[in-house]
Write a protein that binds this ligand. Structure first.
Ligand SMILES: Nc1ncnc2c1ncn2[C@@H]1O[C@H](COP(=O)(O)OP(=O)(O)O)[C@@H](O)[C@H]1O
Ligand SMILES: [Mg+2]
Length: 239
C-alpha cells in the first residue's frame, strides 16, 4: 500500500504489510514500593493502512501502549518492531530519529504551541526534518486546507475552538507523512458534534493519504468505525 514503507523495510523478516509487530510486550512502573504492571504480555500485529482502535477503561494501559509504539518509552520486556525498527533495544537518539521520521501524535488536549499560529504549528515537524521555512509553511497551508481550516491559518491556538485546535493538531500529525499516527483520546475533550467531525476527518485522511491510524479511546461506541479493535483490561489484551 505504501511504497515508502516497502523500500524502507528491505531485508525485514516481516511481511511487507506488517507495520507493527508486538510480541509479549510488558511495561512495569514503580510507584514507591509497589510495582504497577501497566502492560503485560501484549502481542498483536497491525498492518499498513489500517484504522485501528485500542479500547479500555481508564488505567487499562492504552496510553502506555501508545507511548511504546511511538518510541516515547521503552518496554520492560518483549519485542516491538515498528516499520522495521526494533524499538525495545533502541538507544535514546535512535528513538528520537524514529519518532521524527515515523510517528505523528494526536493528544486529548491538542498540545499546540501557544505562541505559534496554526500554520507555524503544522510546519514544525517539517522544520525538525530540515525543510526550509518557506517550503514547510507552504506544505502546512496545504494541510490546513485539507482539514478545513484555510481561513484560520494565522490564528493562535487560543483563538480557535477545541475542535479547530484538534484539526490543527491532526494536520501537524500527518504533515510529515508518518508511517503511523497515534491518537490518544483525540475526542475526549470535545462535544459530540465536534467529536464526530474529528473522527470523520481522521477516517477521511486514513483513506486519502493511506496513513495508518491507531486511536486509543475509552469510548467503545467509536470502535465500529475502524477496521480493527484491541481491548485492554488491566494491561492485558482481552478479546
Ligand atoms: N509514569 C508512570 N509511573 C507509574 N505508573 C504509571 C505511569 N504511567 C502509567 N502508570 C500506571 O499504569 C497504568 C496504565 O496507565 P495508562 O497507560 O495511562 O492507562 P490509560 O491510558 O488506559 O488510562 C495505570 O495504573 C497508571 O496509573
Ligand atoms: Mg490514557
Amino acid at each position: 500500500m505504501s511504497k515508502q514503507i516497502q523500500t524502507k523495510r528491505v531485508g525485514s523478516p516481516l511481511s511487507p504489510t506488517t507495520l507493527v509487530q508486538a510480541r509479549d510486550l510488558s511495561k512495569h512502573y514503580h510507584r514507591g514500593q509497589e510495582q504497577v504492571e501497566a502492560l503485560s504480555g501484549v502481542s498483536f500485529e497491525l498492518e499498513t493502512g489500517r484504522f485501528a482502535f485500542v479500547v479500555g477503561p481508564s488505567g487499562s494501559g492504552k496510553s502506555t501502549l501508545l507511548h511504546l509504539l511511538g518510541g516515547i518509552d521503552r518496554p520492560t520486556s518483549g519485542s516491538l518492531i515498528v516499520n522495521g525498527v526494533s524499538l525495545a533495544q533502541a538507544k535514546e537518539a535512535a528513538l528520537a530519529t524514529f519518532r521524527r521520521d515515523n510517528i505523528g501524535f494526536i493528544f486529548q488536549f491538542y498540545n499546540l504551541l501557544p505562541a505559534l499560529n496554526a500554520e507555524e504549528n503544522v510546519a514544525l515537524p517539517l522544520l525538525a526534518r530540515g525543510l526550509s521555512r518557506r517550503a514547510a509553511l507552504e506544505r502546512a497551508r496545504q494541510l490546513l486546507d485539507q482539514v478545513g481550516l484555510a481561513d484560520r491559518r494565522q490564528h493562535k491556538p487560543a483563538q480557535l475552538s477545541g475542535g479547530e485546535q484538534q484539526r490543527v493538531a491532526i494536520a501537524r500529525a500527518v504533515v510529515g507523512e508518518p508511517s503511523l499516527v497515534l491518537a490518544d483520546e483525540p475526542t475526549g475533550d470535545l462535544d459530540k458534534t465536534a467529536a464526530q467531525a474529528i473522527m470523520a476527518l481522521m477516517l477521511d485522511l486514513n483513506q486519502r493519504l493511506s496513513t495508518t491510524f491507531l486511536v486509543a479511546t475509552h469510548n467503545e461506541a467509536l470502535c465500529s468505525l475502524g477496521d480493527q479493535t484491541w481491548a485492554l483490561q488491566n494491561g492485558r489484551l482481552v478479546s
